[in-house]
Design a protein around this ligand. Sequence first.
Ligand SMILES: [Cu+2]
Length: 479
Amino acid sequence: MDFGGGNPMLVSSDGVDVQPVSKSRFLFGIAETYDVIVTIPEGTIEITATAQDGSGHTSIQLGNGTLYPAKRIDRPDKVAMMKQMARMDMKMGAPAMVGNKKKNTPEVLMQKYGMKMNMKDGEMKMGNDKMSMKDGKMNDQMDMKMDDTMGMKKDSMSMSHNGASNKMEGHMHNMPMMQKDSTSFDYEERKTYFNYDFLEAKEKTEFKADLPVNEVLLNLTGNMNRYVWSMNGVPLSETDKINIKGGEVTGITLNNLTMMHHPMHLHGHYFRVINEKGERSPLKHTVNVPPMQKVIIEFYNEEYGDWFFHCHVLYHMMGGMARVFSYDTPRDDRMKDYPVQKLIDETDHYYSWGLARAGSNFNELFLTSSNIRNEFGLRAEFDYDQNLEAEISYNRYLNDWVRVYAGVNTETSTPDSYDTFNTVGLVGVKYFTPYRFNVDVSMDHQLRPRIRLDRELLIFPRIFLGRRIRIQSRFWMGQ
Ligand SMILES: [Cu+2]
């Protein structure tokens, strides 16, 4: 949001009054609300909201005469972002579905995939073993020295373009979320966007020190490639309710391990968003957690029943980034027609999509229907001379990248004719590797092994280069 003038005075957040604060620009998460008092000057003021990804903006103009224009935020470089995400997906991103829940506890995930700050040496590192092992260069790029002139702040990690040294500039191209949209305003202004330090409650919001506190760590995790979103590497459909007890305080550390913002919303409660105002930390029902950053919230448990807690980017919610907080009290009779399962099923839908490729010498068709764990696929390849191969398969995802499958493959066995088909059953494993290779190793019911490898490479903003290799034994084992 940007106000072109009118001395905007922010007086309330999520419907709760706050200490009035003069603010002409702020980042505004989905489902957050702010009340702002503006004084229309002699002339017209413009108020503009720009989508954070630069995909669009909208404005209103109030008054008559000379225009006081609002600023728009630069469009981020989406291709650079995509390229980077493609790299980060595998090497940096925390998994949306952890393979081993016992081993990958929330604490382990935070350690392994979170930002590590060492303020003493003024160094910041992305903590990821895989990254440093597989790509030393990447690791260098992510390390940065920090000092005041670079305009970094430990809690916000925002950076200014102006203040950065040349060396930093080069490095910053690898951090899209912290880049680009800073060009039109400086750090002093910008540093307040990615945190809530500007909000101060009108009264003390602290809870009594003698109340029992239940600490919960929720890492926000996701996989852009499959579009599965979760907390602690577990989507809603695969987890239990989080039990909370009346008369206690619940303290939640929200630790974002993705490269996207997540505005987290809790039904039925106001929570404190811990900021530098300390005992006067503001009360909100929705809090935005910026990429790779941490926000701590706390609330006093004084309700009953079940309460939904979810990312308010509804695509993320439907992809599994949600939890149910439960007071473990008997269910209200009026809720009979609304079983929790209904809600849980909402976050584990089947989605279907397809792809058709027409070529001068052959055509291809792919159809896929998938929910979080299960995927049904059809692939067909045929040319203009009556040669055809088709395969249907059922795939089960073990984690984000590995799936086992069983299927049936059929192909014409007489060249250039539909007269005879060779049909086999097969089982195999597909692995989407770092650097985005698809590896598919299978064995058919005649015990013939087959390996397929393919990868697509974005070479220009709208042009992909694709390559597929297939190695198949045409003969029985031993022959
Ligand atoms: Cu989200």
